[in-house]
Ligand binder design. Structure first.
Ligand SMILES: Nc1nc2c(ncn2[C@@H]2O[C@H](COP(=O)(O)OP(=O)(O)O)[C@@H](O)[C@H]2O)c(=O)[nH]1
Ligand SMILES: *[C@@H]1O[C@H](CO)[C@@H](O)[C@H](O)[C@H]1NC(C)=O
Ligand SMILES: [Mg+2]
Length: 477
């Protein structure tokens, strides 16, 4: 019996050991983060990931940035171009952090970049694809609540665009993170960065790691960031000194004036931008408060919109005292450019005699590059540039774009993106209706919504277009 007892004890010990082992394996903390083979392996440089061209380190070393690889950008030669535009291929990207998600998205969420590119390049079948794959625009539409997978459907010929200095890197990183989390991680649109100085490696490394699409870096040529020869330097200098004394914001800044002139007349003509039809402008330190369930580029393209906004307000008159005089002169010289169905009522309360200073806030814009490159827009910009107000005053690109949109476009070509909740210091656009904020998982405080406050011009846009204001707007005035 003694040997029999020992055997039983041994069996029990083995059973206990097995149970304990099973317990530890099944309760191991690794198990709290689901590991799905396809998911893990899909990260470049992650376990099981294919080796990335130009990154022999397998992801453990900082990615390399070979010039001129990645998505071919028109016929701009990467190394020879006087603009020294750089393209950072997506292959050198760092992992995009989707691993925190409790429910791992299916492997289809990691469609290779080429599929997205193919969809974008497939312009001839775009309308077919669009018809087959309508966008969910409301919570009742199929596909609305799927924010995990790569978005199905066509891609527009579009890019994000940011003008920034190297020193803006962390502020723009914050903006990119928000744009990616709320929208672009499912779309993979490209991002063009422009600068009057060459971007440094750190800027490129950080931004490329954050953007899901392909990043491109362009150096602005000097003639797009300097005084035109007809500007009287002494006069411009006196203006800056005077504005400094009067404490006008950016009043004494030369670079801010170059920035405003560049955004007014040149960003859409940079070689890198010629590769796209639509743009979405993003500035440093902006916030997005709600999920973006549909593709704003597609809303613009399919509805033939040319310009869009989320915030509008009155311009500081001391920065633009003669902008309206120049505009009236342009209207008289170029009646052919003025739209019959324009939005003059947004700009003027007396049929165009005086400017009411209303403008769309241009730090957010989704719009048509083809429109900005049109003769009508260029003629307007050149008329303004000749008059010198970018330097003899401090004309901003916001009133310039806005006046152009309101006068050169048809009313219905300007779109208000209520669903894109947005902050740029110091103003917030937060959708008015509670149900909408819940549907879009917004994290903005509705009390902060600027739309219906006295200093906003958005009411005028609604009235002029005969659009009903959302229920509950009165409580936010
Ligand atoms: N490269 C470059 N970008 C600039 C310069 N000044 C402003 N910017 C960019 O132009 C945009 C507007 O400038 P910002 O300082 O945000 O002006 P604000 O929003 O009007 O206060 C931002 O995207 C800035 O990063 C400059 O001197 N060089
Ligand atoms: C995108 O638009 C640009 C500018 O119009 C054009 O040159 C380019 O061929 C377009 N690309 C595609 C893929 O349609
Ligand atoms: Mg800004």
């Amino acid at each position: 019996m003694a040997t029999g007892n020992v055997r039983y004890v041994r069996y029990i010990a083995i059973a206990l050991f097995t149970l304990t082992l099973w317990y530890f394996v099944s309760h191991s903390k690794y198990d709290t983060i689901p590991i799905v083979d396809g998911k893990q392996a899909s990260f470049p440089g992650g376990p099981g990931a294919p080796q990335v061209p130009g990154d022999s380190s397998g992801g453990s070393k900082p990615p390399a940035f070979p010039q001129g690889e990645g998505v071919t950008v028109g016929d701009v030669p990467k190394d020879e171009t006087p603009l020294k535009d750089d393209t950072v291929p997506k292959g050198s990207n760092l992992p995009v952090d989707e691993s925190q998600s409790e429910i791992p998205p299916p492997a289809t969420s990691d469609l290779p970049k080429e599929d997205t590119e193919k969809a974008k390049g497939d312009e001839t079948t775009k309308s077919d694809a669009a018809a087959e794959m309508p966008m969910p625009l409301t919570p009742n539409d199929p596909g609305w609540s799927n924010l995990q997978d790569i978005a199905p459907g066509p891609r527009m010929n579009a890019t994000f665009v940011t003008l920034a200095r190297n020193s803006d890197v962390w502020e723009i990183a914050e903006s990119i993170r928000q744009v990616e989390d709320r929208f672009n991680r499912r779309y993979g649109y490209d991002w063009v960065f422009l600068n009057d100085q060459p971007f440094d490696d750190n800027f490129k490394k950080v931004t490329t790691s954050l953007v899901s699409g392909t990043t491109h870096y362009g150096l602005i040529p000097e003639e797009h960031w300097s005084f035109p020869e007809w500007i009287d330097q002494d006069k411009a200098k006196k203006v800056r000194e005077d504005m400094k004394e009067r404490k006008i914001i950016y009043g004494d800044s030369i670079s801010y004036r170059h920035m405003c002139r560049f955004e007014s007349g040149f960003f859409f003509r940079q070689p890198l931008m010629l590769n796209y039809e639509y743009y979405w402008r993003v500035e440093p330190s902006i916030k997005l408060f709600c999920d973006i369930h549909y593709d704003p580029f597609r809303v613009i393209a399919e509805n033939k919109k040319k310009y869009s906004f989320v915030l509008s307000l009155y311009e500081y008159i001391d920065t633009i005292p003669t902008l309206w005089d120049s505009t009236k002169k342009f209207m008289a010289n170029h009646p052919e450019h003025i739209s019959d169905d324009n939005s003059m009522a947004f700009l003027s309360d007396d049929g165009g005699e005086n400017y009411n200073k209303c403008h769309f806030w241009s730090n957010f814009e989704v719009g048509s590059l083809e429109w900005l490159r049109s003769k009508a827009y260029i003629d307007y910009f050149e008329a303004l540039d000749r008059d010198g107000g970018f330097f003899y005053e401090r004309w901003g690109d916001a009133p310039v774009h806005s006046i152009a949109a309101a006068l050169l476009l048809k009313k219905e070509e300007i779109h208000f993106f209520d669903d894109i909740a947005y902050y740029h210091v110091p103003f917030t656009h937060c959708p008015t209706g509670e149900q909408k904020r819940l549907d879009l998982r917004c994290h903005c405080d509705p009390k902060e919504n600027f739309d219906w406050k006295g200093y906003s011009c958005t009411s005028r846009y609604f009235e002029l277009n005969g659009i009903d204001k959302p229920a509950g707007y009165e409580e936010q005035t």
